[in-house]
Write a protein that binds this ligand. Sequence first.
Ligand SMILES: [Zn+2]
Length: 113
Amino acid sequence: MDSTSGMVGYVAACLTCGAALRSSSRTIEFCQDACRRAFNNRRAVRGAEFYDLYMAIRYDRSEAKRLKAWTKLTKLARSYREEDMRERNGRKSWKPLKAVLMRHTHLNSKVIG
Ligand SMILES: [Zn+2]
C-alpha cells in the first residue's frame, strides 16, 4: 500500500514492461492492454510447448524416455528464462504459484477417510 501520497492505493510494476503502476486495486498487473496481451500470449505459446512435452512424459512414457523429453523440458525452461533475462530485464514471465493454486483449488484437496 502507498502511504506516501496520502491516498489509499497500491504500487506495483507492469508484468510486461516494468512500468510503475498505481491503483486503488490490489490486483492491477499491466499498464495497458497491449502489455496484458503480450504477457498472456507469451504464456500461451510457451505453455503449449510445455503441455505437449509434459503430457508425453506422463502418458507416452516409453517414447518420452527414449527421446529424453524431461531433459528437453528443462532445457526449454532454461531457454525461456534466458530469454526473459535478455528481453525482459529479468522480470518473471509467469504468474505466482499461489495464483495458479487459487484458480485450481481442487489441487489442494486431500482424500480423507
Ligand atoms: Zn506495461
